[in-house]
Design a protein around this ligand. Sequence first.
Ligand SMILES: NC(=O)c1ccc[n+]([C@@H]2O[C@H](COP(=O)([O-])OP(=O)(O)OC[C@H]3O[C@@H](n4cnc5c(N)ncnc54)[C@H](OP(=O)(O)O)[C@@H]3O)[C@@H](O)[C@H]2O)c1
Length: 208
Amino acid sequence: MDVVVAGGHGQIGLRLLRLLAGGGHRARGLVRNPDHVADVAEVGAEGVVCDMEALESLSGCCTGADAVVFAAGAGPGSGPERKRTVDLGAAVKLMEAGVSRYVMVSAISAGRPEEWSEPMRPYYEAKAEADRRLEESGLDYTIVRPGSLTDDPGTGRVTVGTGLAYGDIPRDDVAAVLLAVLLTPASIGKTFELLSGDTPVDDAVANL
Ligand SMILES: NC(=O)c1ccc[n+]([C@@H]2O[C@H](COP(=O)([O-])OP(=O)(O)OC[C@H]3O[C@@H](n4cnc5c(N)ncnc54)[C@H](OP(=O)(O)O)[C@@H]3O)[C@@H](O)[C@H]2O)c1
């Protein structure tokens, strides 16, 4: 498999790139800072300098890919404008990059507007709109909606579903689920929430 990860220097992105490269897949990570290429190489992947907000088209960053994963984000220190240009805008540009398989890292509350606090509204509005655009895109999509991300070591066990009570999940386990999704064609067309749990990752994804 040949996979491009947007947000290649992100905390989930680097974990996923490491898993992909370790599994013998071609793994490219899009980064905006040229200094980050070396960190991506350190996990066995290829860093591609690609500022998704600055570029009109991301096609040139994704040539020949079988799948793309959107694991980028403007981050907590950014204002509403960058939620629109990254969490929504870059996600949509990636939908238009000419790759038919698309895996989205969304967020558990993106589909639950009743949970949105006012400060978080611009973020969730951007995530929800990106998810909606992807579902309507005609692409072979999977939307993964994790709870709060932690840096605890992964357990390899998760809970997937819809309407889950709010909880958290290690980034390690999110990356493992993303890999399993990429390897499981039956996950195409699915949108699901993701938390820590008791089910081995491969079983959880196989039974979506
Ligand atoms: N935090 C949570 O609890 C939580 C919960 C559920 C879902 N999520 C979602 O999960 C995503 C991934 O999480 P994470 O912890 O891996 O995030 P992260 O470490 O902040 O990674 C996001 C990456 O996106 C990159 N990026 C931003 N703007 C870019 C641009 N214009 N072009 C290219 N790359 C750009 C950043 O690059 P730079 O390093 O150059 O800034 C960063 O490396 C989050 O963004 C969020 O949407 C988060």
